[in-house]
Design a binder for this molecule. Structure first.
Ligand code: NAD
Ligand code: TYD
Length: 339
């Protein structure tokens, strides 16, 4: 079996590469990634010498390059992680989100059709469902929840999902989609909430919390997400969408406090800042479909996962310091007004 994994130098894509090489050592994996600010080849260092692994640099929206890659490699399966993934950046500059997330997905699917791949898996997000009210704890996102995107990021991911389903219906492209809740774990870029808190707290810097910190996210340890995608690739029904989440809702302020406690840092580092524009209130996944149909269940509790994640950032300080010392510093000042 030969897999194309796009966006493999990013957070979830790299974890998925490690997971698949471990679980299926006989598979061949080609990683395709344009190494944007969010992609880091150093992350893939441990597998660069593996004879079942190959890295190719390139843009998913570059039609010529994508088509020649598919022609040369003859993939069985494509898993599309490549995306612009940060909501705050999408609010500042939506254009690149449409190019990568929508046109990039279209380009990959055109190549998948032309070269007859057996499965095109789109890595989607629960953010395509918009948000849920904070006070209605009984409501969850199911696969039937209408698409209602709030940010340019979620609108681009929703557009991609619609296009994937359209390619399935119109051209019988064998697709599946997973829509996962917020992931956390090793190798997440420190612009996202959890690694941002860890890295800033370790340097005794202020932790910016949007609004009152009351917004709720449903956190899943990244390896559980990788396992869900593996199960969908092997047993998922063509043309199906699967929500992925582990019923682990937390307010942002709870998450911040948990991380500060694990690091032994004081809560006076918390700074409430201006709220995000259009800030989604609550995300909460109903994972019954993937659980009933494929037997998927999350294996890592939040307590265990967050402890492991904090330890990883402590032990791998160079990985995130190298990132923070680059262009990211400029981004932080632009977004938050100070260092
Ligand atoms: P990430 O930003 O860490 O990684 C994205 C990767 O895509 C980077 O390596 C980047 O270099 C690459 N990339 C960007 N534009 C590209 C292009 N034009 N061509 C080729 N490669 C390009 O993102 P992530 O958090 O790992 O998310 C991966 C996927 O999972 C995304 O599709 C995202 O929407 C989805 N997702 C993420 C979460 C989450 O909590 N992080 C939750 C649900 C779904
Ligand atoms: P984020 O990690 O950007 O994921 P998403 O917006 O895709 O859910 O943010 C998670 C939550 O944390 C979200 O409610 C916004 C909030 N947040 C802050 O309060 N401060 C920050 O500096 C960041 C980056 C996020």
């Amino acid at each position: 079996m030969k897999l194309l994994i796009t966006g493999a130098a990013g957070f979830i894509g790299s974890n998925f590469v490690f997971y698949m090489l471990k679980e299926h050592p006989d598979y061949e994996i080609v990683a395709y990634d344009d190494l944007t600010y969010a992609g880091n080849l150093a992350t893939l260092q441990p597998v660069l010498e593996n004879s079942h692994f190959k890295f190719v640099k390139g843009d998913v929206a570059d039609r010529r390059r994508v088509f020649s890659l598919f022609e040369n490699e003859k993939f069985d399966v494509v898993v599309n992680f490549a995306a612009e993934s940060h909501v705050d950046r999408s609010i500042e500059d939506p254009g690149v989100f449409l190019k990568t997330n929508v046109l990039g997905t279209q380009t990959l699917m055109d190549a998948a059709r032309r070269f007859k791949v057996k499965r095109f898996h789109q890595v989607g997000t629960d953010e395509v469902y918009g948000d849920l009210p904070l006070e209605r704890k009984d409501l969850f996102f199911t696969e039937q929840t209408p698409i209602t995107a709030s940010s340019p990021y979620s609108a681009s991911k929703a557009s991609a999902d619609l296009l994937v389903m359209a390619y399935c219906r119109t051209y019988q492209l064998p697709v599946t989609i997973s829509r996962c809740s917020n992931n956390y774990g090793p190798y997440q870029f420190p612009e996202k909430l959890i690694p941002l808190i860890i890295s800033r707290a370790m340097e005794d810097k202020e932790i910016p919390v949007y609004g009152k910190g009351e917004n709720v996210r449903d956190w899943l340890y990244v390896v559980d997400h990788c396992k869900a995608i593996d199960q969908i690739l092997h047993n998922g029904k063509e043309g199906s969408i699967y929500n992925v989440g582990g019923h682990n809702e937390r307010t942002n302020i709870e998450v911040v406090r948990t991380v500060l406690k694990l690091l032994g840092k004081q809560e006076n580092l918390i700074t409430f800042v201006k709220d995000r524009k259009g800030h989604d209130l609550r995300y909460a996944i109903d994972p019954s479909k993937i659980s009933n149909e494929l037997g998927w269940e999350p294996e890592t509790s939040f307590e265990e996962g967050i402890r492991h994640t904090v330890d990883w950032y402590i032990e791998n300080r160079k990985w995130w310091e190298d990132i923070i010392s680059g262009d990211y510093q400029q981004y932080y000042v632009q977004m938050y007004g100070s260092n």
